[in-house]
Design a protein around this ligand. Structure first.
Ligand code: C2E
Ligand code: MG
Ligand code: MG
Ligand code: MG
Length: 288
């Protein structure tokens, strides 16, 4: 530091650093308050089952309504919540809230909840799920959890024990953003996962890049041969929808069908898709 004292460039850099550090500190403080002030909410994005031709599930996605900044993306605040340890309580709130809200939906509609790798390692995780199921009276068969490959980086006995305990509660376990993690595929042998969600990046290029198409094809084939269901995430247009179907995906999710909606809108989204199903089976009618 002393050495660089004379450098204007360095001082400029320090001010920049201070600013971003200050912003970061402020974000941390706000995040702690947000819990107590009820600034979090869940939105729900429908997932469409191609064989049943209906909405089968909604993924719960966390939103933070910051009084000054407006809606803050989970990509921004979840890493911070993980670092300051708040993710455990926040994640428990998500689980409780998602189970409570899903319990009021029709019996054939499930809910998925994302679990961060930090929360996954919490000794309270299994208890959080079992108590949320008990209090909401949501049948465990209607609950699915999404974990990313980062959870499986440590292919440890603890990880496996947690997966087995969760499974014994009766819920399903999906691997999210599949194909982007740095983990080896060996974990697929260690635990029978229920579902693979193909990362959006492959789906995005599915109809424009031969390589992405081949990767999607390989993931579908790998997943199917291991007895897993396959979801294509990030389907934004009809071409991607039709290609995902042609490649043998079981489910599709993305803006083409619907953006995430607020909890009170869930039932009208379900009705809207029921109506479209009544009028036409063509994918053209779905994305309206
Ligand atoms: P994710 O679990 O992979 O969720 C899918 C993300 O893709 C969501 O972003 C969703 O809004 C977005 N998305 C859906 N369809 C499309 C599409 O057609 N095109 C594009 N470009 N994007 C689409 P969101 O809600 O901003 O969430 C981002 C990530 O934050 C999630 O990725 C998940 O990793 C994390 N996250 C969200 N909610 C929670 C939560 O409650 N707990 C934890 N631990 N993580 C969460
Ligand atoms: Mg997810
Ligand atoms: Mg994903
Ligand atoms: Mg993601």
């Amino acid at each position: 530091r002393a050495k660089a004292e004379g450098s204007g460039v360095w001082r400029f850099f320090e001010t920049e650093m201070d600013e971003s550090l200050q912003k970061r500190r402020a974000l941390e403080l706000d995040l702690r308050d947000a819990m107590t002030n009820g600034q979090f909410e869940l939105v729900y994005q429908p997932i469409y089952n191609l064989k049943l031709e209906k909405i089968c599930r909604f993924e719960a996605l966390l939103r933070w309504r910051h009084p000054q900044l407006g809606l803050v993306s989970p990509e921004k605040f979840i890493p911070v919540a993980e670092e300051i340890g708040l993710i455990i309580r926040l994640g428990e709130w998500v689980i409780d809230q998602a189970c409570q809200q899903a319990a009021s939906w029709p019996d054939d509609i499930k809910v998925s909840v994302n679990v961060s790798s930090v929360q996954f390692r919490s000794p309270r995780l299994v208890e959080a799920f079992s108590s949320a199921l008990m209090h909401s009276r949501l049948p465990a068969g209607r609950l699915e959890i999404e974990i990313t490959e980062s959870v499986l980086l440590t292919n440890s006995t603890e990880t496996m024990a947690t997966l087995h305990k969760l499974r014994s509660l009766g819920l399903r376990i999906a691997i999210d953003d599949f194909g982007t993690g740095y983990s080896s595929l060996s974990y697929l042998q260690s635990f029978p996962f229920d579902k693979l969600k193909i990362d959006q990046s492959f789906v995005h290029d599915l109809t424009s890049t031969e390589g992405s198409k081949l990767i999607v094809r390989a993931i579908v084939s790998l997943g199917k041969s291991l007895g897993m269901q396959i979801t294509a995430e990030g389907v934004e247009n009809i071409a991607q929808f039709d290609q995902a179907a042609a490649e043998g995906c079981d489910e599709v999710q993305g803006f083409f069908l619907s953006k995430p909606v607020s909890a009170p809108q869930v039932s009208s989204v379900i009705r809207k898709f029921e109506r479209r199903r009544g009028t036409s089976r063509s994918s053209r009618k779905l994305g309206k």
